[in-house]
Ligand binder design. Structure first.
Ligand code: SAM
Length: 159
């Protein structure tokens, strides 16, 4: 598969999964955490699907489109491993992590700390969506929508 096809599949998977989980997240109290604001496309989508919900976005640096920049109090810059740790206990309804790099060795390092961080950020019953695997005893894997190939994107519930 070409990188272009892979990119299209990733974006389609993100949209379909976020649409599926937002219907459920709308019934769960708590903020949404966007780990990896990037261009802000998925942040913008979440903001449309969950109007009025607090969405806190994290990144190393601000590089989002002007239409997709959170309010200053909801933008946290720096290394996510450190910055998001300060939000442990916030009781998030949804954590969306889009910080995969496409490099197996780098993503393997992320997999050593991201699942535990997400488990601590979510309230019980909250949902995690991630482009990299979330192997953790408190994160129960859920089935993606039928349009999403297995192991393309990951959805879990905090138990
Ligand atoms: N979902 C975003 C969108 O729709 O525009 C794209 C996110 S982009 C693929 C990933 C972003 O995560 C990049 O902007 C990168 O700087 C950020 N990122 C990746 N790993 C990070 C880390 N450990 N700490 C802080 N930011 C990180």
């Amino acid at each position: 598969m070409s990188r272009l096809e892979s990119f299209i599949r990733r974006l389609t998977a993100q949209r379909d999964i976020l649409d599926q989980v937002c219907a459920e997240v709308a019934k769960i109290e708590g903020p949404v955490l966007e780990l990896g604001l990037g261009n802000g496309r998925t942040f913008h989508h979440l903001r449309e699907r969950l109007p009025g919900r607090r969405i806190v976005a994290f990144d190393r640096a601000l590089a989002a489109h002007a239409s997709s920049i959170p309010e200053a109090e909801n933008l946290v810059l720096g290394e996510i491993r450190e910055t998001a740790s300060r939000f442990i206990g916030i009781g998030a309804a949804l954590v969306h992590a889009d910080i995969g790099t496409g490099y197996e060795d780098r993503d393997a390092v992320t997999a050593t700390w991201l699942p535990d961080l997400i488990a601590r950020l979510l309230r019980v019953g909250g949902i995690a969506v991630s482009g990299t695997p979330l192997d953790h005893p408190q994160l129960q894997r859920l089935a993606p929508p039928p349009s999403v190939p297995a192991d393309r994107y990951y959805i879990c519930r905090r138990v």
